[in-house]
Design a protein around this ligand. Structure first.
Ligand code: FES
Ligand SMILES: [Fe+2]
Length: 458
C-alpha cells in the first residue's frame, strides 16, 4: 500500500485500489444525472418548511456522543432548529431521549447543556420527572381536574439508537432501524473506537448561510487551493470519492503530501505543512532523508511502529491509509465527520430555528489521549493550548455571538468568511443554479437524497 507514482495517482477520480467491499474500497459509481437544481432551496421559507415536514422528522439525527453520557443519570441536550432533546443514560445502561418540553405548559425542563441527575424538575412550576421521563410529581396535584392528568403526563419520548459511540434520534419514529438506514459500509464507524475517545473541545457558532450551503462547502476539496492555499504543501485535494446509499458519502484525502498541482522543484523540497505532519508522526524533518513522494508512506510506517510500541490496540483495526489520511465522511443529512486514527472531528450543520439563511455550526472534537511524552495532538486539529486533552474534564461548549468571529482556527475561519458571500450570490436573480463538477459529486448525491424526502419518495 505504498505511495502510488505521482502521475498515475492523481488522475481524477482517485482510486486507491483497495478490494471492493473493504472499508477502503472504492464504491461503485452512482449516476445522479446532471440537473441544475433551483437555488431557492437555499433561502426560501417554503423549502425550509418542507424540510421540517418531510426531512427532519424522518431521518436519524446525530444527537450526542456516548462519551458525554457514560454513567446512569448522565444527560446532554441536543438542539436541532426549534426542537430540543434531552438525552439520558438509564440505570440499565440503555439510552433514552425526550423532547425537552414540559407536558404542563411547554417550558424547557432542562436548561443546562449537560450534567448528571436523579430526576428533572421543570423550573416553571416544579413538576418533576424521572430519568426515564416518567412523571414523578405534580405540585398541588389536588388543584387539577383528575381527568386532565389521569394519563400521568411525562416527557414525550423520541426513538433513539446508537452506533459506534454515536447516539441518534428519530422524531417520527418511523425510520428504518439505524443500522439498516446507515449508508456506510458495515463496521466503518466502529473501526475507529469512538467510545474510547473523549470529547475534548466543543464549539458552536452561527454562520450566515443556509445549512445546506454549509454542507456543500465541506463536501468538496475543489475549493482548497483557492480558499485554503495553506493546505497545498501537505494535502492532496484530488480524493477518492465514494457515494453510498441513502445520501451518505466519503472522500479519502491524502494528508502529509504535496498537492499534485504544485511543481516539485526538488525532490527534497518539503513544505512547512508536510514537515508538520512528519513531526506529528514522530519523524524529525531536519534529519529526514525521504523525498517529497515518500512522506505519506513514511508517516504511515512511523505511526504503525509507534502504535505497536505503545500497545495501541485500537490502531490494529485501521489500514495504513487510515493512519495517514482523512476519511471525510458524510452522514446524511447534516453531519460530516473527519475520521482520523488519533481523533474524530464531527461537524453538525444545524438548521437555524427560524431563519433559512443561517445555520449553527457545531464542531465536536473527539480525541484518544495517551500518557506518552512523544505523542501529541496532531497539529492540523488546531487545538488551543489551554484545552485539557486528557479527557479528565468535559469542556463547556464555547459559543460566540452571531456577529463575532469564532475561535475555530484559520482554515475553518476561511470557510466562515466564505459562506455569507456564497449565500448572497445564490439568492441573486442572475444565478441560475449550481453547476456541480465531478469533484463536487458528493454535493449532488446529498441534494438528490434531500429531494427524495422533499418529493415524498422517502
Ligand atoms: S411548565 Fe413545567 S411545571 Fe409548569
Ligand atoms: Fe473549506
Amino acid at each position: 500500500m505504498g505511495n502510488l507514482p505521482k502521475a498515475e495517482a492523481f488522475k481524477f477520480p482517485l482510486d486507491l485500489g483497495a478490494p471492493e467491499g473493504s472499508l477502503e474500497g472504492k464504491a461503485r459509481p452512482v449516476d445522479n444525472g446532471s440537473d441544475v437544481l433551483d437555488p431557492s432551496r437555499y433561502y426560501s421559507r417554503e423549502f425550509m418548511q418542507k424540510e421540517w415536514q418531510t426531512l427532519w422528522p424522518r431521518v436519524w439525527l446525530l444527537a450526542a456522543v456516548t462519551a458525554d453520557i457514560r454513567e446512569p443519570g448522565d444527560y446532554t441536550l441536543f438542539q436541532h432548529g426549534h426542537e430540543e432533546f434531552l438525552v439520558v443514560r438509564q440505570d440499565d445502561g440503555s439510552i433514552k431521549a425526550f423532547y425537552n418540553a414540559c407536558p404542563h405548559r411547554g417550558n424547557r425542563v432542562c436548561q443546562v447543556d449537560r450534567g448528571t441527575a436523579d430526576s428533572f424538575t421543570c423550573p416553571f412550576h416544579s413538576w418533576q420527572f424521572g430519568c426515564d421521563g416518567k412523571l414523578q410529581k405534580i405540585v398541588d396535584e389536588e388543584t387539577f381536574n383528575p381527568k386532565l392528568i389521569a394519563h400521568r403526563p411525562g416527557l414525550t419520548e423520541v426513538r433513539t439508537d446508537t452506533l459506534g459511540g454515536l447516539v441518534f434520534v428519530n422524531m417520527d419514529g418511523k425510520a428504518p432501524p439505524l443500522k439498516e438506514w446507515m449508508g456506510l459500509p458495515e463496521g466503518y464507524i466502529e473501526a475507529y473506537g469512538l467510545e474510547t475517545m473523549n470529547l475534548v473541545r466543543h464549539t458552536r457558532s452561527e454562520w450566515s448561510s443556509n445549512w445546506k450551503t454549509g454542507v456543500d462547502t465541506f463536501y468538496e476539496t475543489y475549493h482548497l487551493p483557492h480558499i485554503h492555499p495553506q493546505t497545498q504543501g501537505s494535502i492532496e485535494e484530488f480524493c477518492q470519492i465514494d457515494l453510498y446509499k441513502n445520501g451518505f458519502s466519503r472522500m479519502i484525502m491524502w494528508f502529509g503530501i504535496k498537492s499534485h498541482r504544485h511543481e516539485v522543484s526538488h525532490e527534497r523540497d518539503l513544505d512547512e505543512g508536510a514537515k508538520i505532519f512528519l513531526r506529528d508522526a514522530g519523524i524529525d524533518p531536519e534529519t529526514y532523508t525521504g523525498t517529497v513522494a515518500d512522506t505519506r508512506r513514511d508517516i504511515q510506517i512511523a505511526k504503525r511502529e509507534r502504535a505497536q510500541r505503545l500497545g495501541l490496540k485500537e490502531w490494529d483495526k485501521l489500514t495504513d491509509g487510515q493512519l495517514s489520511d482523512g476519511w471525510i465522511t458524510g452522514m446524511f443529512p447534516n453531519v460530516q465527520m473527519g475520521m482520523h486514527a488519533e481523533g474524530v472531528f464531527i461537524m453538525r450543520f444545524v438548521p437555524h430555528p427560524t431563519d433559512p439563511e443561517k445555520f449553527i455550526y457545531d464542531n465536536v472534537l473527539l480525541y484518544r489521549h495517551l500518557e506518552e511524552p512523544n505523542y501529541n495532538v496532531p497539529t492540523w486539529m488546531a487545538m488551543p493550548k489551554d484545552v485539557d486533552v486528557t479527557g479528565a474534564t468535559r469542556p463547556d461548549i464555547e459559543r460566540w455571538p452571531a456577529d463575532q468571529e469564532p475561535a475555530i482556527g484559520p482554515v475553518l475561519l476561511q470557510d466562515f468568511e466564505l459562506v455569507p458571500n456564497v449565500q448572497r450570490g445564490l439568492k441573486s436573480r442572475g444565478f441560475k443554479g449550481p453547476l456541480w463538477g465531478e469533484q463536487e459529486q458528493r454535493i449532488r448525491h446529498f441534494h438528490k437524497e434531500v429531494d427524495r424526502y422533499i418529493n415524498g419518495e422517502n
